[in-house]
Write a protein that binds this ligand. Structure first.
Ligand code: MG
Length: 201
């Protein structure tokens, strides 16, 4: 399986990153070794600024390429919550040099994932989600504020990359990204229900 991540998909997050709003989705990938299903996360020693980015994640249930937007909803069946961990200090250096972001984004365990819910049980266009750290709210988002909807993402990405069953798409983070530190307890909520819990070590 592969992990596809969408960047700058909420206006207020693009603003906090001083990034332009793009006319089409920005995407990058993480390898399967980035997936982290454990409840403990160890900060890698190569970064001094590891940022949390809580994101809604869709799970691909049908292989496809060149998927038309009007059929895209048939290609994912579950929605979950994940974190796109980002070594912001390294990403910044990559950006300055015009280099790829993999070192900052694709390292081992950089994609924690929580549980999923069947798409049919919720309204994909109005999903509340939130990240709390040590009990305090740090990021709040709603899928209605996505610049590019799940269907648009699938249509766009599948023009370039064949989607396969089990692939995950991290759909972008809302505003409020920031650094985590050893000892932090992260809790991710989807429509007020706990979907993800992570202890930072
Ligand atoms: Mg992200």
């Amino acid at each position: 399986m592969k992990i596809i991540c969408i960047g700058r998909n909420y206006i207020n997050h693009a603003k906090e990153m001083n990034a332009e709003i793009q006319e089409e989705p920005v995407f990058f990938m993480k390898p399967d070794t980035a997936l982290c299903k454990e409840s403990d996360f160890y900060i890698p020693d190569f970064t001094k600024e590891l940022h949390h980015e809580v994101e809604l994640v869709i799970k691909i249930c049908k292989a496809g390429k060149h998927i038309n937007e009007s059929f895209a909803k048939n290609y994912y069946n579950e929605i979950g919550l994940g974190i796109d961990f980002t070594a912001r200090d390294i990403q910044q250096k990559c950006k300055e040099k015009g280099l790829p972001w993999e070192k900052a984004k694709a390292f081992d365990n950089s994609a924690p994932i929580g549980k999923f819910i069947d798409k049919g049980k919720i309204d994909a266009a109005n999903i509340n989600f939130e990240l709390k750290i040590n009990g305090a709210s740090r990021q709040i988002g709603n899928s209605k504020d996505l610049i590019f909807t799940f269907d648009k993402i699938i249509a766009h990405v599948s023009q370039f990359v064949t989607l396969k069953v089990g692939d995950l798409i991290y759909t972008g983070t809302p505003e409020g990204v920031g650094a985590v530190k050893i000892g932090d307890s992260l809790e991710g909520f989807l429509n007020k229900e706990l979907f993800l819990k992570l202890n930072i070590k």
